[in-house]
Design a protein around this ligand. Structure first.
Ligand SMILES: NC(=O)c1ccc[n+]([C@@H]2O[C@H](COP(=O)([O-])OP(=O)(O)OC[C@H]3O[C@@H](n4cnc5c(N)ncnc54)[C@H](O)[C@@H]3O)[C@@H](O)[C@H]2O)c1
Ligand SMILES: [Zn+2]
Ligand SMILES: [Zn+2]
Length: 383
């Protein structure tokens, strides 16, 4: 089959790789119909992780089940499914508690949490390919309703960014009527904004500097904060009686940039501490990693950041971190899509055949204007 293979920094190629096979009776094989490029892929694409050359990217996958192992009872051939980016067994002590983001069996011993096509997240191949092996299929695969094929660009957001944005607002403890400030207007920040809006936040601020991303935030009723026009903290305070927002979401991660445009892994964390009120909560879904040899300074190379713990403590704030447990939310977010309560596909800017993945990566990585979310379609023919 064809798949998007990583060769080295900023070098991906669509190549032939072996077809996935049923390896355990609990596996399913899925023909991928839509698979997104994610901001998480970009950390790997830029060579800022130890993702191994030769491996296949892709953790935001939708497709049709074409084969199931003998022990798979619920999922049937022909079902359209969404595969959560977390690979999880369903019956370890973390999975039992709903912490499928930290499954103890899907990665190497001593490391909890696994994902498709992801650095340090287990051996699983990615779904930017014609086919994907989904382990523990009865547990992991979410079956999609009859409108799955025509509304794929909505449902494809269920494997990662819609639940992840929702999770940011959950960790931020957002209640109806509260204000929420979101750093990052990429796909994840925009999904956090959609989630905050669905949860009836009174004001949702989205901080970024890209006009196309800020415009998408505005389209769902969020308030764009253009940080190229001045200190975003001050802009948020000016709109919240000088107090700051009730809660905040970090949707950028360790490759955040400071106001001068230099990479600074503490930039958004510290801006959030200042933009959120005393006692406010912050949900951090942007990725931070334990080692970052490509970082611009020694502290960051060791996965550390000059975090403003003094103000964070003084303000009595709290913060939640980590990968999103997609299964906690995806069933319910599926219903919101199916019942027409939201349309997360509003951020999709490009649908490309798999063959054009390299072009998608290049433009999305450059945050080229108008390239807000790329969905790869393995069955689409190249133009
Ligand atoms: N925790 C999870 O489960 C999970 C899941 C998916 C993605 N992620 C992570 O979420 C992060 C965002 O993903 P994405 O797809 O939206 O990525 P993206 O790179 O497309 O978007 C990031 C945005 O942040 C903006 N930005 C940079 N510095 C900023 C600053 N100081 N203030 C405000 N905005 C700033 C950029 O302009 C960009 O628009 C990534 O780190 C990704 O790996 C985490
Ligand atoms: Zn993703
Ligand atoms: Zn598990």
């Amino acid at each position: 089959m064809k798949a998007v293979v990583y060769h080295g920094p900023r070098d991906v190629r669509v190549e032939d790789v072996p077809d996935p096979k049923i390896e355990k009776p609990t596996d399913a094989i899925v023909r991928i119909t839509s698979t997104n490029i994610c901001g998480s892929d970009l950390h790997m694409y830029e060579g800022r992780t130890d993702f191994e050359p030769g491996r296949v990217f892709g953790h935001e996958n939708v497709g049709e089940v074409v084969e199931v192992g003998n022990a798979v009872e619920k999922v049937k051939v022909g079902d359209m499914i969404s595969a959560p980016f977390n690979v999880s067994c369903g019956h370890c002590s973390n999975c039992e508690r709903g912490l499928t983001n930290y499954c103890e069996r899907a990665n190497s011993p001593g490391i909890a949490g696994a994902a498709y096509g992801f650095a340090d997240m287990g051996p699983w191949q990615g779904g930017q390919a014609e086919y994907l092996r989904v382990p523990w299929a009865d547990f992991d695969a979410l079956r999609l309703p009859e409108d799955a094929r025509e509304r794929q660009n909505d449902y494809v957001m269920l494997s990662d960014i819609f639940p992840t944005g929702w999770h940011a607002t959950e960790m931020a403890g957002l209640s109806p009527g509260e204000t929420c400030v979101i750093y990052g207007g990429g796909p994840v920040g925009l999904m956090a904004a959609l989630s905050a809006t669905l949860k009836s936040a009174s004001q949702v601020f989205v901080v970024d500097r890209h006009p196309d991303r800020l415009k998408l935030a505005e389209e769902i009723g969020a308030i764009p904060i253009d940080r190229s026009q001045g200190d975003p903290v001050q802009q948020v305070k000016d709109r919240t009686n000088g107090i700051g927002a009730d809660c905040g979401c970090e949707c950028v991660g360790y490759q955040a940039h400071d106001q001068e445009g230099n990479e600074d892994n503490s930039a958004t964390l510290n801006a959030l501490v200042q933009s959120v009120k005393f006692t406010g909560r912050i949900g951090t879904v942007g990725v931070f990693i334990p080692q970052d040899p490509g970082a611009p300074n020694d502290l960051a190379k060791q996965g550390k950041a000059a975090f403003d713990v003094g103000w964070h403590w003084f303000k009595g704030q709290s913060m939640g971190h980590g990968q999103c447990p997609v299964k906690r939310y995806n069933r319910y977010l599926r219903s919101l899509i199916h019942e027409g309560k939201c349309k997360p596909s509003w951020i999709v800017s490009h649908e490309l055949p798999l063959e054009q993945a390299a072009e998608g990566y290049k433009n999305f990585d450059a945050r080229e204007r108008g390239w807000t979310k790329v969905v790869l379609k393995p069955q689409m023919k190249a133009a």
